[in-house]
Design a protein around this ligand. Structure first.
Ligand code: DP6
Length: 321
C-alpha cells in the first residue's frame, strides 16, 4: 500500500539567511515561522522496481529529492522508491514548495517503510534538503535553532489563528535561488551584523509569540524582513528581489496599520508580499492589496498543521485534507 503525506508551506517572521560552515545545510541564523493551511504538497511514496520521481505529473530527476532519499538510505535500508508529488499552489507564488515538499517526502518515507522517526528526526532530514523545510514538519508557530537545528513548535495554530494574504506580483520564477543568494551574501560587510542581531530578534520573537503581542510581532517581523533585504542589497552583485508592486504593497500595509488594521508584511527571496493579519482581518487587507497596480492576485490562508499522513493521494487539490 502506498503512503500519502501532506505538508504546508511556511513563512518565516524571523528570517534564516546564510549557512554555517560544513555539511548538513545548517543555517547561520535561527528562525521563527508560521505554517500555513489551504496551500499544500501531497506526496505519495511506495516501493518500486527503480527510483522514480514524478512532480506535478511529470517524471523528473530532481537532484535535491534524490539527495534527500540518499541521506535516508545512509541510515536505513530502503528499497527503490517511487515518489509522486503534487502542489495545489503555483510554484512561482513565492511560497516555498521545497519546504512543504521535503517535509511531506520525509514524513511519507518514514511511515511507508516503518523507519520509526520522531518529528525532530524528520525535521533534521528535511532541513538537510532545504533549511526552511525543517519548520514545515510542525504546525502553527515554529522555531528552528541550534545546537541540534531541528524545528520545534512554539504555539499551536489554534492558539493564535493569524491570517495571511499573499499578494502575487509576478508569475516568473526568481532569478537567484535562496541557496545561491545566501552564499553570496556571506561576503557582504553587513553579514556579521545580520547574523548576530538575528539571534537577538529570534529570542524576542519567541517571547512576543508566546505573549501573542501583535504590535510587537509586527515591528520585529518587518525589521527582520527589511534587514534581510538590506543585506541582500549589500551583496555583490546586489540581490534585488522586489519590483514596484512589492514596494506599493509594503507602503499600503504600513498605511493600513497606521489607520488601525492589525497587519504587517514580510517578503522572502522574491517579489511576492505576505501580509500577516490578526484573526478575521484578511479580507479587508486582500481588498486593499488587490487594488494596487501590479498586484496580479491575492491568496488568503490561515495557519495550519504540521506534516502528516492522510488516506488519499487523489483527493482534489485545494482541500487541506
Ligand atoms: C528567505 O530554505 O529555501 O525564505 O536551505 O538553501 O534550501 P535552502 O534555503 P531555503 O531559504 C529560505 C530563505 C527565506 C527565509 C526563511 O524561510 O527563513
Amino acid at each position: 500500500m502506498p503512503t500519502t503525506a501532506v505538508a504546508h508551506p511556511n513563512i518565516a517572521l524571523i528570517k534564516y539567511w546564510g549557512k554555517a560552515q560544513g555539511e548538513l545545510n545548517v543555517p547561520a541564523t535561527p528562525s521563527l515561522s508560521i505554517t500555513l493551511d489551504t496551500l499544500c504538497t501531497r506526496t505519495q511514496v511506495q516501493s518500486a522496481a527503480r527510483d522514480r520521481i514524478v512532480l506535478d505529473g511529470n517524471e523528473t530527476d530532481d537532484a535535491k529529492i534524490s539527495a534527500c532519499i540518499a541521506a535516508l538510505r545512509e541510515a536505513h535500508a530502503l528499497p527503490p522508491i517511487e515518489v509522486e508529488t503534487r502542489n495545489n499552489f503555483p510554484t512561482a507564488s513565492g511560497l516555498a514548495s521545497s519546504a512543504s515538499g521535503f517535509a511531506a517526502l520525509v514524513t511519507a518515507i518514514d511511515h511507508e517503510f516503518g523507519l520509526g522517526m520522531d518529528a525532530a528526526t524528520r525535521s533534521d532530514y528535511a532541513r538537510r534538503a532545504s533549511g526552511s523545510a525543517a519548520r514545515s514538519i510542525h504546525g502553527g508557530f515554529v522555531r528552528l535553532s541550534g545546537p541540534d537545528w531541528r524545528a520545534r513548535q512554539v504555539l499551536a495554530e489554534q492558539a493564535w489563528p493569524l491570517e495571511v494574504v499573499v499578494a502575487i506580483t509576478t508569475t516568473s520564477r526568481k532569478e537567484v535561488s535562496s541557496s545561491v543568494g545566501m552564499r553570496r551574501s556571506m561576503d557582504s560587510p553587513f553579514y556579521q551584523g545580520w547574523v548576530s542581531s538575528t539571534r537577538v530578534d529570534y529570542e524576542a520573537g519567541i517571547a512576543v509569540v508566546i505573549e501573542r503581542d501583535f504590535e510587537r510581532l509586527a515591528e520585529l517581523a518587518e525589521h527582520s524582513c527589511l534587514k534581510m533585504h538590506g543585506l541582500m542589497l549589500a551583496t555583490r552583485p546586489g540581490l534585488i528581489y522586489w519590483n514596484s508592486a512589492t514596494i506599493a504593497c509594503l507602503h499600503a500595509i504600513r498605511e493600513l496599520r497606521a489607520s488601525g488594521t492589525p497587519v504587517f508584511f514580510t517578503v522572502d527571496a522574491g517579489s511576492q508580499v505576505k501580509a500577516i493579519c490578526a484573526p478575521g482581518r484578511a479580507s479587508e487587507v486582500a481588498n486593499t492589496l488587490r487594488a494596487l497596480p501590479g498586484v496580479i492576485e491575492t491568496l488568503v490562508t490561515g495557519l495550519g498543521a504540521g506534516a502528516r499522513i492522510v488516506d488519499d493521494f487523489e483527493r482534489q487539490p485545494g482541500l487541506a485534507e
